[in-house]
Design a protein around this ligand. Structure first.
Ligand SMILES: [Fe+2]
Length: 238
């Protein structure tokens, strides 16, 4: 990623020569990572897997990889957050991060990332934190276009098994993401978004995502603006 320091826009840089031949996955290298960074970067990996899975540019391989990543993250992220020296959990999170990365490199991301990049570029809001907060709101905004795919993910991680409809299961999956955030001390709104900037930020997010990202439902600038209002922490009046 590159940030234009003049305009505060964030861009993804891509080229075949940038694709690595090897990835070194050594959990010892992540052992000293503070719990909050473990939590937010783990939720970034979950966002990669979920956005790849619900998008419309999947292959058999990206489906397999994103499903494996979602399973690993649900089983290991909170373990790694709670006990930073749990090396099995850290190793599994590295695997998950790799698989989710492989999935989205082929199947792309969606509006969660487009919105997060606008906030990272403009205000320096950390990428993992932004994605963790934004993910449940964007999944809700996708509405019926993601009921089936989120219900599939809910079944895979055994959430809402007593529920009947895809819609109920999708909502249970989104509720579980919110609960994971809460248990790991991640807020449900983001500080620092200026109301006057929202139009410009939504325009940038729309430009990044449309038409490149194979999102389940296309949203225009005005629909994206609503999401910025939802995720924005209001200043407390004194
Ligand atoms: Fe990301």
């Amino acid at each position: 990623m590159l940030t234009d320091e003049r305009t505060h826009e964030k861009y993804a840089l891509n080229d075949f020569v940038l694709i690595p031949r090897y990835a070194v996955l050594d959990p010892v290298l992540t052992e000293g990572l503070p719990p909050f960074i473990t939590a937010t970067t783990g939720m970034d990996a979950l966002t990669h897997a979920v956005e790849a899975y619900i998008g419309k540019s999947n292959t058999a391989q990206t489906i397999e990889d994103s499903v494996a990543a979602v399973k690993l993250i649900f089983r290991n992220l909170e373990r790694a957050y709670t006990d930073g020296s749990d090396m099995e959990a850290r190793e599994n999170m590295q695997k998950a991060s790799f698989l989710a990365g492989a999935a989205f490199t082929r199947a792309y991301v969606g509006y969660v990332h487009a919105i997060a990049h606008s906030l990272g570029g403009e205000y320096g809001i950390p990428h993992g934190l932004a994605n963790a907060v934004i993910l449940p709101y964007v999944l809700e905004a996708y509405g019926s276009s993601v009921y089936m795919s989120l219900a599939e993910l809910a079944d895979i991680v055994k959430i809402g098994q007593d529920l009947e409809s895809d819609q109920e299961k999708a909502n249970a999956f989104i509720a579980e993401i919110r609960a994971m955030n809460r248990r790991m001390g991640i807020p449900d709104k983001l500080e620092g978004i200026r109301e006057d900037d929202i139009d410009m930020l939504a325009k940038r997010a729309a430009k990044e995502a449309n038409p490149l990202y194979p999102v389940p439902r296309i949203m225009r600038k005005d629909q994206l603006k609503e999401i910025y209002y939802q995720i924005r922490a209001q200043e407390e009046r004194k």
